[in-house]
Design a protein around this ligand. Sequence first.
Ligand code: NAD
Length: 422
Amino acid sequence: MENNNTSSSGILKTAQHNFQQAALRLDLPEPVRQHLMQTKEQITLRFHPALPSGRMLDACAFIARHSDVLGPAKGGIRMTAGVSADDVAGLAMEMTWKTALIGVPFGGGKSGIVCDAASLTPEDKEVLIRAFARAARRHIGPELYVPAPDMGTGEREMGYLRDCVSYSEGVSIPRGCFVTGKPVLLGGIHGRREATGKGVVYTLVSACRHLGIEIKGLRIAIQGFGNVGAVAAKQLAALGARVVAVTDLTGGIIHAEGLNVEALLTHVQQTGGVAGFPDSQPLSPDQIFGVDCDVLIPAAAGSQITAENVRNVRARMIAEGANAPTTPEADDVLNAAGVFIIPDILCNAGGVFVSYLEYTQETQREQMTLAEVEARLEERMNQCFEEVFDYAKKNNLPMRAAAMDIAVSHVAEGLRARGVYP
Ligand code: NAD
């Protein structure tokens, strides 16, 4: 297969590899493979905000729309120092499969703003996101591309983005949903912030039920303690699991008997990271995947479990909260070792599912209750897990291959249904 987008990005390589494997298994016709291998649209933006702290930034951002076969592109805005155009393309491709798998009428998109979010004051970050919104305005829209939070961005930034759109339209609220993950008062939905982490836990609970493993007492190690990792930790602790190790950009901590997650959340709020948490021992961040535990939850960056560290893994299950955390080489080793992997496009799809609910409620000017959102999230995550688990069993495939085959088939079917023009 021709690869017009070769790159050094581990995330893009992983996304392309997983797609190519699915295309082979499904025997997709060559034109369909070509179509879905490529990014439909990729944009580089340059803008120069003057920050309140006095700095003038030479800012760079990327937007990728991988596919809009099943609907407008959907995918978060990542703000990290290292994000590249190819990372964004790979993450957009992942979003195409994730939205198809979880059954929401979206395609795949992503944005990246090249900046170390943690180095900015809240005021500087606001100006940067508003400058991004201005530069990106004509690439964002309810029928085109609908952003959401990702690493380095959250509810606040989505609120600013929504406000910028209102401002540019000269109206109080824009017609339709331009961005999800907003504050509830600005058209957001209850439960969006927790949706991805809760979805991770629903899939893990389903997996344990099928594999005959008790959640209570299960030892969990988590990389990343942000939106996804911290919520998953809280939910798992509430179910009686033991969170034994956590790392983030500030360092790592370990406690074989289980960390006090509530106290850790307070510590992170007060200090900005997990390092130095009392009642724990320090853990070198690069040791997280070798921790003696039952379940690993990568919930940070991509390409973290690699050929170099995969043989240290002692867990019997991996729940991929992060996008593309496992390289193809590491995936092969884990599959051969019988490690049960809940793949990213299934495991962390709760966020985009609740984003879809936000999109529909805003279009209809409604407000769903938290109970409604949570019930629909749990039901959809469980249904989707069962579908992937059954397919994997019937076809004797690992969960990732099963999830990819289902998702790619949906998109290929959509392409065929649309005819020759897309
Ligand atoms: P976040 O910015 O809220 O938190 C990221 C966390 O990871 C922070 O604790 C940070 O310190 C830590 N981190 C970053 N790089 C690290 C590294 N190299 N080693 C250890 N820790 C590191 O981001 P998030 O929204 O929680 O996203 C985490 C992952 O989940 C990303 O891969 C993202 O694409 C994926 N994801 C997020 C959502 C969502 O709704 N936020 C949805 C689906 C997938």
